[in-house]
Design a protein around this ligand. Structure first.
Ligand code: NIG
Ligand code: FE
Length: 422
């Protein structure tokens, strides 16, 4: 029998607890429901009780000796971070393109010349399942080291049925082998593969009629995502793919308005997408429609920085009533990072989110963007004990001391999986 864990004396315990069910909107994004001198009682991987150290000492007075005590004096304790948008399952690397972009080539030029997504697709098609698993495992370890305990992952570096299935099956296996929870998204519509150049609608038909049913029947994905962008998939094609996915029970997500304003935010509202991603170029009308429909804006400030683009208008979106989540977009081209703490820093610096909003965007709202908020994203009784202890005292310090990994320890389902010492 594993012992209960009793975390005591946290300088700040940001619980993010609330009676409100859906994603936090507007002012509610600033309410971290902080307990000072905070304490948690963890048993069988679940949070049994939460309160001040004094309260829990009283409630568990007859069981204190059973527990393993973790002294969190002078430390901040938060829910495990959640990354709701990644392309973490792939083979190979693209450092040459990084250099090419610095020398003046654009992201779309590289992609249209057969690089970019196509380059990773070639490497992922050629790699064995074991090779992809090994490479992805290392990235998941790095996520964990940065305080991330749940990660969404997309297919989309196959764009043929065999490799799309290979990516999704790798996720299923990693879900069993790695402590991180991996939530799978089908993204066959990540680009038009070279075999279908000039026959884009034929590719869309194949996706809809042949691949989606197989993926849904094998229960390999929860979400269905599309790169709706000029030169990739039109809003009409994107709509067809997302509506077809809905019939199979797959929840829509959209890479929207990343490079040009293309009606992606509006489409997200129209099809009832759970989230729209990127949104660097989203129009005011698109933002308004997302607010009305309750679509979560999943913003990726590390990608904007890496592509040397102006970040999305996160401040404006929160003020307009759009629920905002943030993510690494971890991928080998536009954002090769696993650092959610850096993404929180950038959300503050480049999008003017406040430190509290950035933490909500990386925890509870991120959980909502992948429909996991009943299990994770806040510290509440009955939820998974996914917890991070940081080498800072205050949540504002976490956002202020930027570009540094402040993680001290991580627990996943009540098991300590990271110990970074003093
Ligand atoms: O979200 N925009 C499309 N897809 C990824 C990039 C993938 C890649 O470059 O390999 C993104 O940024
Ligand atoms: Fe992406």
């Amino acid at each position: 029998m594993t012992k209960p864990i009793w975390i005591i004396h946290a300088n700040q315990l940001t619980t993010l607890a609330s009676n409100h069910k859906g994603p936090r909107i507007g002012k509610a994004m600033s309410d971290l429901a902080i307990i000072e001198d905070g304490s948690l009682w963890i048993e069988k991987g679940v949070i049994e009780a939460i309160g001040t150290t004094q309260e829990l000492a009283k409630d568990f007075a007859d069981r204190l000796e059973e527990a393993e005590i973790v002294d969190a004096s002078n430390h901040l304790v938060t829910p495990g971070l959640i990354d709701p948008h990644t392309h973490v399952v792939y083979a190979g690397s693209r450092e040459k393109e990084f250099e090419m972009r610095l020398e003046g080539a654009t992201y779309m030029e590289i992609m249209n010349a057969g690089g970019g997504i196509h380059a990773t697709t070639r490497m992922t098609r050629e790699a064995t399942e074991v090779e992809i698993m090994e490479q992805t495992f290392i990235r998941l370890d790095s996520f964990l080291q940065h305080g991330v305990t749940t990660v969404e992952g997309k297919s989309g570096y196959g764009m043929d049925l065999e490799t799309e299935l290979k990516q999704l099956r790798v996720m299923k296996k990693l879900q069993k082998q790695h402590p991180i929870d991996l939530i799978p998204t089908f993204m066959g519509a990540h680009a038009v593969p070279p075999e279908y150049k000039g026959k884009e609608d034929e590719y869309v038909d194949t996706l809809i009629h042949e691949w989606l049913p197989i993926i849904a029947k094998e229960k390999l994905a929860v979400f269905n995502d599309v790169f709706c962008e000029k030169g990739v998939f039109t809003p009409e094609q994107s709509e067809r793919i997302l509506e077809a996915g809905k019939k199979w029970g797959l929840v829509p997500k959209i890479h929207a308005d990343e490079i040009e304003a293309y009606g992606g935010a509006e489409l997200a509202a129209q099809v009832g997408a759970i989230s729209a991603e990127h949104l660097l170029k989203a129009t005011d009308e698109g933002i308004e429609k997302m607010a009305e429909a309750g679509v979560i804006a999943c913003l990726l400030p590390a990608t904007a920085l890496y592509l040397r683009e102006e970040a999305a208008e996160g401040r404006k979106m929160i003020d307009a009533g759009v629920p905002v989540a943030i993510s690494t977009d971890c991928n080998p081209g536009s954002s090769p990072t696993t650092s959610m703490p850096l993404v929180m820093n950038l959300a503050c610096i480049t999008m003017r989110l406040t430190p509290a909003e950035a933490l909500t965007a990386a925890t509870f709202n991120a959980a909502c963007a992948i429909k996991c908020e009943h299990l994770v994203g806040s510290l509440e009784v009955g939820k998974q004990a996914d917890i991070v202890m940081w080498n800072v005292k205050d949540y504002r310090e976490l956002q202020y001391l930027f570009g540094v990994n402040h993680v001290k320890a991580v627990w996943k389902k009540g098991i300590q999986v990271v110990d970074r010492g003093e």
